[in-house]
Design a protein around this ligand. Structure first.
Ligand SMILES: C[S@@+](CC[C@H](N)C(=O)[O-])C[C@H]1O[C@@H](n2cnc3c(N)ncnc32)[C@H](O)[C@@H]1O
Length: 243
């Protein structure tokens, strides 16, 4: 199915199948958390979905607060339910990632995090976001992103396709004892690295080299890829402690 932008159908589907559609999801979430500074502060999550990452951050950093943002009403409702138990340490709110108004209202953040959202922005949108997020961070603050990555060669694309299929197949077997989740992944043509599956107009993944270049150009230090496999990566940049 070709989609122009993320829909409420996409949200419902992702809430049901996310644990299969995202390769090594636990490791990705742990990698993001490992980059969040220990000092208490505000962590902002961009496109929080059902709130899994926000929940993990609130559990792991008991003195920190999380502002979890998304555009989808179904996701916002699911995240609000999941995070309710953290009381006033959390806030769930609506936003459009491409808008810029919400960015100027947020300053002195310990971290800004996101998972599987930045690829919805085009190249110019990503570069603008990277510059604006830098201004949202306190010195030493981290911008940590998990996302799908554009392979830089046909060979790398084939490897991403194969390893993404394999990760979902194994997850389906481990969790369900059968291939039903993998079959659904194939039916949805979710593996965007497989030939013919990359026709969603809402997806604009960039190569990891571009992301690191854009982070460096925006003024981050320590720009790095801390985990990558199956066409997905977790990358980070820090606001310099002294400027
Ligand atoms: C693939 S899901 C990832 C959800 C969550 N971050 C996770 O990793 O489980 C993509 C998320 O991006 C949100 N999203 C898509 N387009 C958006 C936009 N233009 N502005 C804000 N959020 C958007 C969707 O509502 C959805 O929650």
């Amino acid at each position: 199915m070709t989609e122009v932008q993320w829909s409420e159908n996409s949200s419902e589907r992702f809430i049901q199948l996310g644990e299969f559609l995202v390769p090594h999801r636990d490791v990705q979430l742990d990698a993001i958390c490992a980059m969040v500074p220990e000092e208490p502060g505000l962590v902002v999550e961009l496109s929080c979905g059902e709130g899994l990452l926000a929940e993990r951050i609130l559990e792991r950093f008991p003195a920190s607060r999380v502002r979890a943002l998304d555009r989808s009403p179904a996701m916002l409702e699911a995240a609000a339910r999941r995070l309710e138990r953290f009381g006033d340490r959390q806030e769930v709110a609506s936003f459009e990632i491409a808008d810029t108004a919400w960015r100027s209202g947020l300053r002195d953040c310990a971290a800004v995090v996101s998972s599987l959202a930045v690829h919805h922005l085009d190249a110019a949108g990503k570069q603008r976001l990277y510059a604006d997020v830098l201004a949202m961070l306190r010195p030493g603050g981290a911008f940590v992103t998990a996302d799908v990555i554009e392979p830089a060669s046909p060979a790398a694309r084939r490897w991403a396709a194969t390893t993404y299929d394999e990760a979902v197949r194994q997850r389906s077997l481990d969790r369900l004892g059968d291939l039903s989740a993998f079959d659904e992944f194939e039916r949805l043509r979710w593996n965007l690295f497989q030939p013919g599956n990359d026709d969603d107009e809402m997806d604009h993944p960039a190569t990891i080299a571009r992301h690191l270049e854009w982070l460096g150009a925006a003024g981050y230090e320590g720009a790095d890829v801390i985990w990558a496999t199956a066409g997905h990566a977790v990358y980070v940049g820090f606001r310099p402690s002294r400027q």
